[in-house]
Design a protein. Structure first.
Length: 227
């Protein structure tokens, strides 16, 4: 082999080696760039997923909070105490004789939930045009009695009949209304209790009726016939 050919071959080998080195370097660069791209895409995907998760979590929290408020509102509505209403088996009458003679009006809440009574019962004996006046408060003004009667509980009002004028004569029937908040309002009624049908003998005259109380003794004291 001549020196000239030897030089040409060496130059060719050197060019081939240089080309291979460049190709390997380019491949490594592309691989590194691809890995970076994949990492970048993965990071972006995780970021988006995290953002969606955070947004979803906030949305769920808002829904829970909103649902809680709605439930609280529904709970408050369900806890509102309704008005009591009269019927011939819920309202009963009895009379006690003697020096402290009086008629007791007893109301029984036969329902399974509390109810509200206002002021006093409105009583019209023998279809009278006007109900008996109230013993408590001044004419035209109520003292604002509001009594919550528990489920299956009782309330009482009393009419004193310990004088000739207040005792009057025997009555045949009474019409009952339940008062509302104001002097002119009623909640429910009226109902009529027939004393003859119930075999009751009640004598009532120019008397007045007390407000509702939670105990018969309290009603008697308010009427001035209790001890």
């Amino acid at each position: 082999m001549t020196a000239r050919r030897s030089r040409h071959r060496s130059a060719a080998y050197a060019a081939l080696a240089l080309g291979l080195a460049g190709s390997l370097a380019l491949t490594g660069c592309n691989s590194h760039s691809s890995k970076k791209s994949k990492k970048s895409k993965k990071s972006s995907s995780l970021s988006k997923s995290s953002s969606k998760s955070s947004s979803s979590s906030k949305s769920k929290k808002r829904k829970i909070i909103g649902g809680g408020a709605a439930a609280a509102g529904a709970g408050a509505a369900s806890r509102r105490v309704p008005d009591c209403f009269p019927s011939t088996y819920k309202v009963t009458f009895s009379q006690q004789s003697g020096p402290d003679s009086h008629v007791t009006v007893k109301f029984k809440n036969t329902t399974g939930r509390d109810c509200t009574l206002y002021n006093a019962p409105l009583l019209r004996f023998n279809n009278a045009k006007s109900p008996l006046p109230l013993l408590q408060g001044t004419p035209g003004h109520l003292d604002g009695t509001r009594l919550t009667v528990p489920a299956h509980g009782y309330a009482y009002a009393v009419l004193p009949t310990n004088t000739a004028a207040t005792k009057g004569t025997e009555q045949k029937s009474v019409t009952v209304d339940f008062m509302g908040v104001s002097a002119s309002s009623v909640t429910h009624g009226p109902v009529t209790v027939n004393f003859a049908e119930k075999r009751l003998h009640l004598s009532v005259g120019r008397t007045k009726v007390t407000n509702w109380t939670s105990s018969v003794h309290g009603a008697q004291l308010a009427a001035g016939v209790g001890k």
